[in-house]
Design a binder for this molecule. Structure first.
Ligand code: SAM
Length: 191
């Protein structure tokens, strides 16, 4: 099978599938309709756990239904809580943490992730990574708040100490303005 250089989401999924193993703890910071939560549940297996956050009850319900239909609901704890409160809920270090920024597909576009809360959540996530754990963030700069959020995120991540984190930014340079981007941060083995 050939490797397709396809999209920000493709890189995110690829990194997660290479990082997570059965029994791991993973966090979905933006559960939305639950596609990423389901992927994480499958990757961590029966012995693993997924903790997921969203501020919209409709997102939590949509995700719960998706996980139940797939028979993996028992692996996940779903919180209708802002991801900026992640560290108040999660007490153990995680192998992988995922953010898919923006609004709920098919939902109210005015309810989007915002830099003020995303910044606090990313700070919390960095502190919750296991050694060699990964933080994967897909950003959508195709709208004004998304562009502001992506630029501020890039500046924050660029300033992380290289002794503690490796930071990758994936951009499709010929895809025009507004193309999604993927950021991958890996905690060093000895931070
Ligand atoms: N990963 C999802 C999936 O697989 O369907 C899609 C996520 S969607 C692009 C972004 C989600 O972030 C929306 O459902 C939105 O409600 C949620 N969100 C916005 N602000 C949030 C916050 N402070 N904490 C947690 N989730 C938030």
């Amino acid at each position: 099978m050939c490797y397709l250089l396809r999209s920000a989401r493709f890189l995110a999924a690829d990194v997660l599938s290479r990082t997570l193993s059965p029994g791991d703890l993973a966090i979905d910071a933006t559960m939305g309709n639950g596609y990423d939560t389901l992927t994480l549940c499958r990757l961590v297996g029966e012995a693993g756990r997924v903790i997921a956050f969203d501020i919209q009850p409709a997102a939590v319900e949509s995700t719960r239904k998706r996980l139940e239909e797939a028979g993996v609901a028992g692996r996940a704890a779903l919180y209708c809580v802002g991801h900026e409160h992640m560290a108040e809920v999660v007490t153990e270090k995680a192998r992988a943490i995922v953010f898919n920024l923006g609004w709920l597909p098919g939902g109210d576009k005015s309810v989007t992730t915002r830099w003020e809360t995303t910044r606090r959540a990313v700070e919390a996530a960095l502190g919750l990574l296991q050694p060699l754990g990964v933080l994967v963030i897909c950003a959508y700069p195709g709208h004004a708040e998304g562009e502001r959020e992506k630029e501020a995120l890039a500046a924050m991540l660029a300033a992380l100490p290289p002794q503690r984190y490796n930071v990758l930014r994936q951009q499709f340079l010929n895809a025009g303005p507004g193309a999604p981007e993927c950021f991958v941060i890996q905690a060093q083995e000895r931070a």
